[in-house]
Write a protein that binds this ligand. Sequence first.
Ligand code: ZN
Length: 213
Amino acid sequence: MSRGPGPFLFDIPGPNFYTVTMTKKKRLLPRFLLGSLFILVFMILFLELGSRLYREPDQNFPTFEWAVCDLDRYPQDEGKLVVIQELVGKKARGEKITREDLDRALISAPQDQMPNLNGVVCNQMIFISSRLPESARYYVARHELEHVFQQHGMDGDCQDWELCATWAAAWEFPLGLLRTITSSLREAYRISPSLWSFLFSSWRVFKFTLLPW
Ligand SMILES: [Zn+2]
């Protein structure tokens, strides 16, 4: 009986078989990496162009009123101002700012009193949205406190105030940063008029807070 072309069931694969299989595997990894890189570049370009060009069809730009910044509704709290001055002193002495410090300094306010914000410094007080989960609350409070330090000229070599505040807080509360991002995305999705608006505005916020350009 003559053997025709092609593999036979009981044939032992020769060295040639392994060479072919291994070469295939070796080629798969660079292709996967190249593919992922291509998708990543495409997504960044899409978000970047979209956030520059896209406009909501019937968008009346909402004017946000932050009640927390209105002194008639949120008058200065002497106790909080004293705590913040204490923390400025602590920072000047190079001492660590603790969670207890932040708890004493921050004022929790309902989200509708500070639309579109997680936290803000107004009239020398630190307001944090009560929407935020616990770890995010500390991260945001630390971020806002860093802005207070900046106002006191304590972040002298910083080139980008927003970025410096973000990284100062992220350094101490890395998990809080992640929770803040997920919580902010959920909130942005809730208030966005469309999916496109959500995607592009989130991209803008991401660039503004986390990237140095
Ligand atoms: Zn900020």
